[in-house]
Design a protein around this ligand. Structure first.
Ligand code: FES
Length: 126
């Protein structure tokens, strides 16, 4: 990580390390993403930060990538290479994209952006 010299930093990747995402492999996801970044000498370009809960536990493990503010869901360690090289570095779409602040991003028809962030057992029965 090159946080002392941000001149080359182009992407900031937030990796959810909240308790639910950690139960869904958050540590492995964190290590796998950081390993891909290092293996491809992208440490100066991509900065990663572990976060607490991002409020979308049902989507865990959640990863958010800036500058586009793209939210990814259900990321596991096998997604790390594709996430870093295809989606973050090369802007290719991913079925694991939930939302992006980038105006060119489109959801699949019928897909909802909002989710109930509570665990299923705590949600009201309707
Ligand atoms: S613990 Fe990751 S979104 Fe809640």
């Amino acid at each position: 990580m090159a946080t002392w010299d941000l001149e080359r930093t182009k992407h900031h990747v937030l990796i959810c390390n909240g308790s639910t995402c950690m139960k869904k492999g958050g540590e492995e996801v964190t290590q796998a993403i950081r390993k891909v970044i290092s293996q491809h000498n992208l440490d100066d370009i991509i900065h990663t930060t572990r976060t607490r809960c991002n409020g979308r536990c049902k989507d865990g493990c959640v990863v958010i990538a800036y500058p586009k503010g793209t939210w990814f869901k259900e990321i596991n360690e096998t997604d790390a290479q594709s996430l870093v090289l295809n989606h973050i570095m090369n802007d290719l779409p991913s079925p694991k994209m939930v939302y992006s602040y980038d105006e060119t991003f489109c959801l699949n028809e019928g897909e909802k952006i909002g989710v109930d962030k509570r665990e299923p057992q705590k949600q009201k029965k309707s």
